[in-house]
Design a protein around this ligand. Structure first.
Ligand code: CAA
Ligand code: NAD
Length: 284
């Protein structure tokens, strides 16, 4: 894949907008789409203010910032992805919704296009099975926030070809990231380890062991994590955390992955974390 080829990003929420920003700043031509037009308006303003911050901090020249903004286009519909070389989906963490998208993208995308998922936990093999090109489907798991975090976890589905793996690994490296490779099992590497810790933090709060502040301070100062687990859960989104725990629980069949009732209750109450202004903490 040459540098001027097109990267399509589906989903303009916190991950999709960050991936689009990173790719545009890295010199790729980027097309961003979300089924909610308001999300695209918000993505446009958050990407442009984030790029402006990079200029004011001296991390990006004004010319490079202008180029990045020119590299970024907003799609009106999925049909606009027909010329994309790699399409990265970053929509809601729901297997059914993602499968419907892959089915649609498979019909629209050119034959050579790679379909990548930013899923946190869902089987890439099952997403690939909805398409006519399972060898060209792969997991490309960015960490939040994508412009800052140094890692991309690549997940090989059962049929992902070596050629597609190599192309996506090289794309990730051109985005400035270090790559790790996971086989396609629930939660892959990072969330297989991270989410049970976050879930345990909810159990620690739920069973009255300590306050939320002491749990987070304990892990921040006691183990040098940049954010405490409850603060991190709010940052990721409690809906995303719950979806991942459900995939781990169902896929690995062990009660140790059972989502904490307090996490379930917060999601039921719409307390989804920073993006809603309230989660474990209030951000009003
Ligand atoms: N886009 C671009 N830049 C951003 C940003 C964003 N969304 N958010 C923060 N930054 C930049 C800031 O501008 C700042 O840059 P400088 O140092 O050059 O000034 C830098 O990041 C640090 O930001 P802040 O000073 O505002 O705040 P901080 O020091 O608390 O850092 C953080 C913020 C980088 C997010 C840090 O708290 C952190 O690393 N937290 C943990 C994040 C983490 O664990 N992510 C992985 C979650 S798991 C996952 O993603 C997988 C999954 O499937 C759920
Ligand atoms: P988000 O809720 O911020 O954004 C999801 C976006 O997808 C929304 O804007 C929604 O309008 C859009 N959307 C939903 N269905 C769509 C469809 N059919 N077509 C087009 N757009 C659609 O979620 P997020 O936190 O950005 O997560 C997105 C994906 O990235 C999920 O799979 C999640 O597991 C994964 N992920 C999240 C994080 C994180 O920290 N939040 C980290 C890594 C990976």
């Amino acid at each position: 894949m040459a540098e001027r080829e097109v990267i399509g990003v589906v989903g303009g929420g916190q991950m999709g907008s960050g991936i689009a920003q990173l790719a545009a700043v890295s010199g790729f031509s980027v097309l961003l789409y979300d089924s909610n037009a308001d999300v695209l308006v918000r993505a446009n303003s958050s990407i442009s203010s984030s790029i402006c911050r990079l200029v004011s901090k001296g991390q990006l020249s004004q010319a490079a910032s202008d180029d990045a903004m020119k590299n970024l286009k907003f799609a009106q519909s999925l049909e606009d992805f027909r010329d994309a070389d790699v399409i990265i989906e970053a929509i809601v963490e729901s297997e059914d919704v993602k499968k419907m998208l892959f089915l649609e993208l498979d019909k629209i995308a050119k034959v050579s296009a790679i379909l990548a998922s930013n899923t946190s936990s869902i089987s890439v093999t099952r997403l690939a099975s909805t398409t006519s090109r399972p060898s060209q489907v792969i997991g490309m798991h960015f960490m939040n926030p994508p412009p800052i975090m140094k890692l991309i976890e690549i997940i090989r589905g059962a049929d992902t070809s070596d050629e597609v793996y190599t192309t996506v690994k090289s794309l990730a490296e051109r985005l400035g990231k270090t790559v790790i490779c996971s086989q396609d099992y629930p939660g892959f590497i990072v969330n297989r380890i991270l989410m049970p810790m976050i879930n345990e933090a909810f159990y620690t709060l739920y069973t009255g062991v300590a306050t939320k502040e002491d749990i987070d301070t304990g892990m921040k100062l006691g183990t040098n994590h940049p954010m405490g687990p409850l603060e991190l859960a709010d940052f990721i989104g409690l809906d995303v955390c719950l979806s991942i725990m459900k995939v781990l629980h169902e896929g690995l069949g062990d009660s140790k992955y059972s989502p904490c009732p307090l996490l379930v209750q917060y999601v039921d109450a719409g307390r989804l974390g920073r993006k809603k202004g309230i989660g474990v903490y209030s951000y009003q």
